[in-house]
Design a protein around this ligand. Sequence first.
Ligand code: 9WO
Length: 254
Amino acid sequence: MHFDILTLFPEMFSGPLTTSILGKAQESGLVSVDIWNIRDYALDKHRIVDDTPYGGGAGMVLKADVLVRAIESVRGDSKTPVIYLSPQGKVFDQQMAAEIGELPRVILLSGHYEEIDERVRSHWVDLELSIGDYVLTGGELPAMVVVDAVTRLLPGVLGDERSHLQDSFQDGLLDHPHYTRPASFRGLEVPEVLLSGHHDHIRRFRLKESLRRTMLRRPDLLEKKSLTKEERQLLKELATEYSAEGRVNTNESD
Ligand code: 9WO
């Protein structure tokens, strides 16, 4: 998989993409990233990339000719899709990460501070993505978020091939709680079942705790998910726990 990133601040990308899992994924050739400076596609002597908005108002607008020169030069004659990172985009989620991971190559366009000329958005951008409902100073951090979320799903990137299959969201549920030694810490005990070595009891406990967290914190995810018979049974048990007569022995506060 290859990412091309168009940005006015290439130096922002040096840390995250070369560290840890993403650095290793690049070293082993599972993913490659090229960073392109949008300013290199400004041809005037002051290398101007932006201008004031028609109609007036605050801020500046990235110029269409500079952006299109950058996009077309990087894309060549390939049909590589262009993804623009903006708060107006469709909200990025785990399923979109998996879908982008099926593509051989994408171009990520990051604006900084300024908006882009609308004609670039309508005629050269294939997909507009938001990583959440907040405004940042630019699309650079969101572009890195997309690269990270997509890359870790690529085969061979995570050491343990199974580990992303057990992620939060991979099966539409939040993750279960985790514990490590010691079994007793300041009087706080690790749940007995996790020490039992009984793999099916452990699996069922974790599934129930995933359902509990999802029910309490993200009921919207439960509504979207199709439930197995076992999941429906566990949710029934949880419903009893949280009903008036069962309101004892729960970890979660609400
Ligand atoms: C800048 C500005 C200046 C004066 C008046 C109004 C203004 N609005 C903006 C603005 O929203 N700038 C954005 C900065 C333009 C697109 C790139 N930027 C950006 C992307 N901020 N936050 C994101 C982003 C992208 C994906 N997911 C979440 C946030």
